[in-house]
Write a protein that binds this ligand. Sequence first.
Ligand SMILES: Cc1cc2nc3c(=O)[nH]c(=O)nc-3n(C[C@H](O)[C@H](O)[C@H](O)COP(=O)(O)OP(=O)(O)OC[C@H]3O[C@@H](n4cnc5c(N)ncnc54)[C@H](O)[C@@H]3O)c2cc1C
Length: 455
Amino acid sequence: MTEVLRPDLCVLGGGIAGLAAATAAAALGAKVVVVEKRVLGSLGPTTAAQAFCAAAADVSRAARLGAAPRADLGRLRARLREIEARHALEIAPPRLAAMNIEIVHAPGTFVGPTRLEAGGFAIDARHFVIATGAAPAFPAIAGLDLIRPADPQELLTSETLPKRLLLIGANFDELALAQALLRFGSRVALFAPGRILPDEDDELIVPVLRRLAAEGLAIHENTEILRIEPQRAGACIVLGPNATSVEGSHVMVAATPQACVEGFGLKAARVAYGSAGIDTDAEGKTGNPRIRAIGGVAHAPASAMTARHQGERVALVLFGGPSDVAPPIARVLETDPEMAVVGLSEAAARAQHKSIRVLRAPFAENDRAQAAFGPEGHVKIVTDSRGLILGAGIVGPQARELIGIFSLAIAKRATAADFEAIASSSPALTQACRTAALASAPQLGKAGLRSRLIR
Ligand SMILES: Cc1cc2nc3c(=O)[nH]c(=O)nc-3n(C[C@H](O)[C@H](O)[C@H](O)COP(=O)(O)OP(=O)(O)OC[C@H]3O[C@@H](n4cnc5c(N)ncnc54)[C@H](O)[C@@H]3O)c2cc1C
């Protein structure tokens, strides 16, 4: 006879979002079952990629100070293995069991709006969270099926780095990896059918692209790839319109996430979905009041941290009592300089509000930036006409850390005037946020940043 499990929460998919939801719910006292058909936390930690990029940044910083550092890739790889081993311990089944999380290692399928079946169990949970993720989809390019594109994880862990990487398309993660490889001595060429990251604010993204170009990234925007041809060692990309060939030792293709929505009974569960994913509101609610969806399957951007935030958030909403509306999640481009944005961009704010203010402060006028990092970059803040913070963007040192101030400001409905409370006895980068917030609009200095001319 089929055993029936009756947990508070059943999570379908033990990837990044699902495990975050499960552990956060268990910490709030819920009895949790996770159904996972493959390996828990299957895509692995992105911390390894960050450690790789951070090491490359250290090498470059030391070189700028006049040292002649040599990257010890062997030691770096050993550190990456340590990070992965620690992550594996964090999600080891005995640890999860001790947290009151039961793992069912099998594919799960909804057989009705309130029941899921997996591995011989019927699961009637008080709440279900679908976190089945997204699979990588590659662009249709002639000849792509004749080669084996390099996988980012493989590049991080293989014994030798690519001599010349040909990168087709570029999202945030690929750009950061490209810069790290350049700094470790690889040559990298980037090919994009249109502009690179066309949805980002030029003011913020152009300084990053300029730096990458200055460090040797060969950028081919608005390029048509006619075909890829395998070669004895590596491959060659043939570009239109004149069939120009570019050779490389490795080819990497930026994938688009394709939501995993088929094959586990969404129709039986009465959950509406399309090819782009499950339809949800900001809190992951689906059309079925018992079922929420988070992460890659629910239109989330391809970001492990976003998936984790959504997992923790859904647990809080289900088991933590009433809470404020979901705070905005900052997006970070982990290049050097870093770029980070949160809330509304200037363009989105203009479309939604009758009148806005745009405030800026350059790091060139910040003592801490000058002393420790250099003068490049700036802070940009968008407010409504009364000074309420709507969005912010930073390009420059520690952007990923500084942007948290603006996430908090937006979530707590702070105004630009509230930034007066940022005060420290030593020069600090946070002062640049304060200076921008307290600046009187409009400011000059934007014109030079507008051009996307990066060569
Ligand atoms: C190719 C690729 C590269 C990426 N690189 C990065 C990166 O470098 N940095 C970054 O921040 N983000 C990256 N991302 C995005 C990041 O991996 C995702 O945002 C994140 O994994 C989403 O988490 P998730 O839990 O929704 O999905 P996943 O982590 O993919 O987990 C989904 C889980 O559900 C399981 N599952 C699916 N169906 C069933 C079923 N019926 N029964 C049981 N189990 C099931 C799967 O086996 C899987 O373990 C990448 C994404 C892709 C596709």
